[in-house]
Design a protein around this ligand. Structure first.
Ligand code: DGP
Length: 114
């Protein structure tokens, strides 16, 4: 989608440290990491928020979690623990309106989140 920064990363119009890519999913390091491991996992298809998800996205959503599991294993945080976050709209702090699963790990996570 025009003007979407994550679509531009998918199209390789702007650089990112890509750690995983297949035909449906891209994963890259967050530009402002909040933990030793902080990677964003996104569908290549532009879906603005979780509120825009529908039945046709089932396969993509399952792929995002499969990639999260793989990244956790590769970064040796699968057993220690990690957090998956998908912020939706203003009060949750969503700043990029192309859904993305944050995978955060490598340090202790507090609860509740801020
Ligand atoms: P959220 O607040 O949930 O919408 O998270 C958006 C995240 O995206 C935030 O942690 C910073 C990251 N981010 C924003 N712009 C870029 C970018 O151009 N490149 C990369 N790698 N990450 C970005």
């Amino acid at each position: 989608m025009m003007g979407c920064i994550f679509c531009k990363i998918v199209q390789k119009q702007i650089p990112a440290k890509i750690v995983y890519e297949d035909e449906k999913v891209l994963a890259f390091e967050d530009s402002t990491p909040q933990a030793p491991v902080h990677i964003l996992i996104i569908p290549k298809e532009h879906i603005p928020t979780v509120n825009d998800i529908n039945e046709s996205h089932k396969e993509i959503l399952s792929a995002l979690f499969a990639v999260a599991k793989k990244i956790a294993e590769e970064n040796n945080i699968a057993q220690r623990g990690y957090r998956l976050v998908m912020n939706t709209n203003a009060e949750a702090g969503q700043s990029v309106f192309h859904i993305h699963l944050h995978i955060l790990g490598g340090r202790h996570m507090a609860w509740p989140p801020g």
